[in-house]
Structure formats: C-alpha cells, structure tokens
Ligand binder design. Structure first.
Ligand code: C5P
Length: 240
C-alpha cells in the first residue's frame, strides 16, 4: 500500500471539476481524487466512469449508513464502478460493515479498499456525549469504532491526523488511517479544527491524506499538489 495525496473534488458540477483537472493535464501521474456526495449526487456514476477513463484513482466518499441488506446491495452496484476506495459509517454496526465488505467484493474476490468513518471530525466530545448519549471520551469512541471496523474485515478508518496513532495502537500498523484536516504551515485553517501539515501527518502515521481547499482554492493548484506530494510522499516523486 503506497502513501498518497487524495484531492477532495468538492465541486458541484462536471464542468467545474474538469476545468480544475485541466490544470493537471500535463502530468504523467494522475492525481488520486475523492468524489463526495456533492459531486456524485450532481453528476451520478458517469462522473466516476469518466474520471477512471482519464486514469485517476478514485475514493468514492459516500459514507453509507443503512440496514445491512441495503448497504450490501448498494456496495454491489458500486463495485461495478471500478473505484479504488469507498467508505461507510462505523456507527452502522459490525454487521453492516461486514455486509458492505461482502457487497463490495467482486466475483473474482478482488475489491476496492473499504474504510469506515469513526466519529466525524465536526463532532465534539460534548455533543457526542449529550446528543448521541455515548458515555465515553471521543478517543475511546474512535478506538472502539476502529476496532469494530477491523473486526468486520475493513481496511482502515477516516480520522483526524492527530488520531492516526490512536487508531494504529488499537488496530495495528497495517490498518489504514485516511486523514483529512490538512493545512500547510503558512495557511489559514478554514473551518477545520484538528489540523496538521502534510509532513507532520506522514510522521504521525497517516497512510493517505485528503486535501481539499489547500489545493482546490490555491492560486496555483498544481504547485500546491506538488508541495503536498513533496512533504507527504517524496518517494513517489522520485518514481514519477
Ligand atoms: O477543504 P478541506 O481540505 O477541508 O477538505 C477536506 C475534505 O475531507 C472534505 O471533502 C471533507 O468533506 C472531508 N472530510 C473531513 N472530515 C471528515 C471526513 C471527511 O474534512 N471527518
């Protein structure tokens, strides 16, 4: 499993997405892209197919959370899209996560990486305890949900980079930590709270970083992507 930078394509149309990706047209290495609910609900599966045809690895970030049967059947449909990574909410239970893995597994036994959202980074410990009635610290809840995901046979979790070491301690070094909340040392934090730099994310155990606005809203998005690669996974640049 190679470390990589995943660009969050938080756009609301194919037109906007392709205008952004035109900036990367001269690159032989195609950036790993995250398609979230906004773009997927706007443009549908054809968007995924087109980006795959252009050679981009895809993380389809739809965060499924439903009864196990529905999740299994939905994952079966998504497995036909030839994506590289997708996810569910760990709150859906171990049974639901197992169903997701079964649905995603193709007849030949291969499947995309499957990871779980533990607690959203927008959920504070106070709200989790008061509104969700989870009587634990947020770190305990994250470690517990990560162990549930591992028990269900998933490959890792989405978490804040500052939680990566907690997840590795609970589930082992091979269990993936996919981490948003990345900002350059000299930049604004926007609405993200628990943030760190690409270089520090690598040091503390992230396997993949998910980077949105520091690249998509940069004056020079291509330069910002290169900066992320140079900080987070310089070895991939040598092989480019
Ligand atoms: O622009 P920014 O770098 O903050 O984008 C981060 C991306 O990661 C967004 O697509 C956001 O939805 C996603 N994400 C997150 N925190 C989570 C899960 C996903 O920021 N806990």
């Amino acid at each position: 499993m190679k470390n990589d930078v995943i660009i969050a394509c938080d756009f609301s149309s194919a037109r906007e997405t392709f205008a952004f990706l035109d900036l990367f047209a001269s690159e032989s290495r195609k950036p790993f892209l995250k398609i979230g609910m906004e773009l997927y609900y706007a443009e549908g599966p054809e968007m995924v197919r087109q980006l795959k045809r252009r050679g981009h690895p895809i993380f389809l970030d739809l965060k499924l959370h439903d009864i196990p049967n529905t999740v299994r059947r939905t994952m079966r449909v998504l497995s036909n899209l030839d994506i590289d990574m997708t996810n569910v909410h760990a709150a859906g239970t171990v049974e639901m996560m197992r169903a997701a893995r079964e649905g995603l597994t193709r007849p030949d036994g291969t499947r995309p990486l499957l990871i779980a959202v533990t607690q959203l980074t927008s959920t504070s410990e106070e709200r989790m305890q008061q509104e969700l009635l989870i009587d634990a610290s947020i770190d305990e809840a994250i470690a517990h949900y990560a162990r549930n995901a591992r028990e269900a046979g998933l490959d890792g979790v989405v978490c804040s980079p500052l939680e990566a070491s907690l997840v590795k301690a609970a589930c082992g070094p091979e269990f993936l930590a996919v981490t948003p909340g990345i900002r350059f040392a000299d930049a604004a934090s926007d609405d993200q709270v628990r943030i760190t730099t690409p270089a520090r994310a690598r040091e503390i155990g992230s396997d993949f970083i998910v980077v949105g606005r520091p690249i998509t809203a940069a004056a020079d998005p291509l330069g910002a992507w290169h900066r992320c690669l140079a900080e987070f996974c310089p070895e991939t640049l040598k092989n480019a």
